[in-house]
Design a protein around this ligand. Structure first.
Ligand SMILES: NC(=O)c1ccc[n+]([C@@H]2O[C@H](COP(=O)([O-])OP(=O)(O)OC[C@H]3O[C@@H](n4cnc5c(N)ncnc54)[C@H](O)[C@@H]3O)[C@@H](O)[C@H]2O)c1
Length: 368
């Protein structure tokens, strides 16, 4: 990795994620957590482009993402477009030798994601993928609890994620209903986060069996994915991902993990849900409160800066993205590798691909 640099940032795509990252970056810069500058935006939609540029006080605005990538004053690029454009844009950023944050999924499949990883590695750039659940306190604290020897070996989990079909409501765009732009449905677009979480809990996969359904009739865009995941450790996990039509429900995750000597569960609040624990090591059932989940995470993540700690403790307002952007921009400033890098995403893509293949072929698929 090269020398550190002061991030001079350009964002491609001013939708939900481009706006979210813009706000987090602004927080980091305003509070002096990172020394840098938000310089430019590339956005295809003129109204969005103009209102974002005015709100963020940007000095460079374009409709052409390649112009932004080539801008000599920008050394750090965020890709926040629909997934179909990630690969070509990422390869251009790598060729320009600039630091790169790319939203998940990296691409439509593991082959394309691998080519992005390889290009980033060859370019020697700092790169990070938007697997934001890696910054969730409840996900992180659960992982730590599973590592406690008194729980025994993790045997199984049941994980369910659900949200309404994201072409309505607070999603102000419809590209997730078009296979040419989204690549596939809820498993690739939403549950790649879950696959990555489960890999971080249970390790490498041995075999998968998956089934997908298209209740809403969007060709190539499944709205139900259900999979049995066999891990090399011997653990067997059930994972289900759903796009339904319950517009009043926010995006939600439910988790139950059973180990030899204990089990734990949480639901709905995938930032800081309270965790219920029932284990041989304690005389009675325990609950780790939401506030304690956050405090444990602050310690585990080594969040030193008091302004960052205070914002993480506040009522949830996208803090996982703040921690994600802070981690990336600190890595760029220090000239070191960021985490999670593209290599982490490639394995999640391989698992997703195997589940889709299993669903297509109607049989279990072995993983190397
Ligand atoms: N990490 C997460 O939690 C998370 C959450 C939501 C979305 N995502 C991912 O982020 C990406 C963006 O999703 P979103 O919800 O922000 O979508 P969005 O539709 O809200 O925003 C995408 C924006 O990109 C613009 N755009 C499209 N093509 C462009 C181009 N070639 N050049 C410049 N601008 C272009 C669109 O006009 C739109 O404003 C997707 O890959 C999605 O999977 C990640």
């Amino acid at each position: 990795m090269g020398a550190g640099m002061r991030p001079r940032i350009g964002i491609i795509g001013a939708g939900v994620m481009g706006t979210t990252h813009g706000k987090s970056i602004h927080f980091c810069l305003k509070h002096g957590l990172v020394d840098g500058e938000l310089i430019g935006l590339a956005e295809a939609d003129p109204e969005r482009r103009d209102s974002y540029a005015a709100a963020a006080g940007l000095s460079f605005v374009t409709d052409d993402p390649y112009e932004l990538i080539a801008h000599p004053g920008i050394n750090t690029v965020y890709i926040c477009t629909p997934t179909a454009y990630h690969r070509e844009l990422a390869l251009a950023v790598c060729a320009a030798g600039k630091a790169l944050f790319c939203e998940k999924p990296l691409a439509f499949n593991a082959g394309d994601a691998s080519s992005m990883r390889d290009a980033a590695a060859a370019a020697g750039i700092t790169h990070q993928v938007g697997l934001v659940m890696r910054f969730s306190p409840v996900v992180t604290v659960t992982r730590e609890l599973l590592r406690d020897a008194s729980m025994g070996r993790p045997m199984t989990a049941v994980m369910v994620d659900d949200q309404y079909f994201p072409i309505q409501g607070h999603y102000r765009s419809t590209w997730r209903g078009d296979v040419n732009l989204v690549g596939a449905g809820t498993l690739l677009e939403h549950a790649i986060h879950d696959v990555d979480i489960l890999v971080s809990y249970f390790g490498r996969l041995r075999r998968v069996y998956g089934v997908t359904r298209h209740f809403f009739g969007k060709e190539g865009v499944e709205d139900l994915s259900s999979a049995t995941l066999e891990f090399a450790s011997g653990a067997v996990v059930s994972h289900t991902s759903i796009w339904h039509n319950l517009l009043h429900r926010g995006s939600s995750r439910r988790m139950l993990v059973v180990c030899e000597d204990g089990q734990l569960q949480w639901q709905d609040n995938d930032w800081a849900a309270p965790i219920d624990i029932d284990a041989n090591a304690a005389a009675e059932k325990q609950e780790i409160s939401s506030a304690d989940v956050i405090e444990r995470h602050i310690e585990l993540a080594g969040l030193g800066d008091e302004r960052l700690r205070a914002s993480v403790r506040a009522e949830y307002a996208g803090q996982d993205y703040l921690l994600e952007d802070y981690a990336f921009l600190r890595a760029v400033s220090d000239g070191r590798e960021a985490w999670p890098g593209f290599d982490v995403a490639v394995y999640a893509h391989e698992v997703v691909d195997a589940i889709y293949r299993s669903a297509r072929e109607g049989r279990a698929v072995e993983m190397a």
